[in-house]
Design a protein around this ligand. Structure first.
Ligand code: FAD
Length: 301
């Protein structure tokens, strides 16, 4: 069978694309390995009607809704390769020899985060340490927090965080990523700035207790944010040689079409930032409409 559209990635972007294509009576295969990036967190925030939902519950509801449409299939497997064959169809190869052929392909594989290597980080990530203030700062408001980043984006995030707490320590982790002017401005707002490398995050049951610096000093904190670098979670955009944005995201025309005819990208994999469930779902929806329009134009002119 040749599907109208294959979607690699069944997160909010891929699932909303599948929902719209299913409603448009298109044959769709969602290829997903069920490794959502936000699985580490207890609650997802900021999506109206779903504020505070667990990522697992969000997925459960989404799959239940999407699979009500009889032309949508969920193939739970890892895509390992993609190519365009001589007939112009996309072929997605999965583990265990699965081969899916489709007229159109949506990449909705999301991001991978690369965090600075700091002892204790992963035992607290998604519980006491997070990467996005809009997602998780409300729950830690007015608490003593730390912000760690090697990137110049630390300046912007530090200012934003003042809306949630005035007790903030900003740490560049051994880098000189803040100018003297920026340091002075942050300090004038009561923010403590340090350039010391962080040796470890120390906590218990997911709750941060203190930050240990390279010189052995310890700073009591109850939570915080660490800013990662973002990279593609899957190599398919690169493999199909589509144009990229400066930040590494897959360049689209704003409604999902990439530089490769018939290939679309939706959600975090496309724009990288801001990384939000509601943005990804909306992007999936827009992309599905572009796919449906392009299929219609091909079939009926
Ligand atoms: C700790 C944490 C907390 C967050 N909290 C919030 C929050 O509170 N509110 C909010 O709006 N956003 C939050 N986010 C961001 C949000 O999770 C993302 O913006 C959103 O999930 C992006 O959706 P997506 O569909 O683009 O990608 P993803 O949700 O990352 O989905 C990508 C899917 O592709 C699949 N996949 C990847 N590669 C392959 C492959 N080779 N084969 C098959 N399948 C593959 C993955 O298994 C996954 O299911 C949080 C993120 C993290 C990490």
């Amino acid at each position: 069978m040749i599907y109208d559209c294959a979607i690699i990635g069944g997160g909010p972007a891929g699932l909303n694309a599948a929902l719209m294509l299913g409603r448009a009576r298109r044959n769709v295969a969602i290829i997903d390995n069920n490794k959502p990036r936000n699985a580490v967190t207890h609650e997802s925030h900021g999506f109206i009607t779903r504020d505070g939902v667990t990522p697992a519950e969000f997925r459960r509801i989404a799959y239940e809704e999407v699979l009500r449409y009889p032309s949508v299939e969920h193939l739970q497997t890892e895509a390992v390769d993609v190519r365009k064959n001589e007939s112009g169809f996309f072929e997605v190869l999965g583990t265990s020899g699965l081969l899916v052929q489709a007229r159109k392909l949506i990449l909705a594989t999301g991001l991978k985060e690369i965090f600075p290597e700091i002892d204790g980080f992963y035992s607290l990530y998604g519980k006491g340490l997070f990467n996005c203030p809009y997602c998780d700062a409300w729950e830690m408001q007015d608490q003593p927090l730390v912000l760690v980043s090697e990137s110049p984006a630390i300046f912007h995030t530090a200012k934003i965080l003042l809306n949630w707490t005035k007790d903030l320590v900003v740490c560049t982790h051994g880098r000189s990523s803040l100018s003297d002017e920026q340091k002075t401005l942050l300090q004038s707002r009561g923010i403590v700035v340090t350039e010391q490398p962080v040796a470890a995050f120390v906590g218990h049951n997911g709750k941060l207790e203190h930050v240990r610096f390279a010189d052995g000093t310890e700073l009591p904190r109850t939570g915080g944010f660490v800013l990662p670098k973002f990279v593609q979670a899957a190599p398919f955009g690169e493999r199909l040689d589509c144009e990229r944005l400066d930040n590494g995201g897959i360049k689209t025309d704003g409604v999902g079409r990439t530089s490769i005819p018939g290939l679309y990208a939706a959600g975090d994999t496309s724009y990288f930032n801001p990384s939000q469930v509601v943005f990804a779902a909306a992007d999936g929806s827009k992309t599905a409409m572009a796919v449906n329009l392009d299929l219609t134009e091909e079939d009926y002119g």
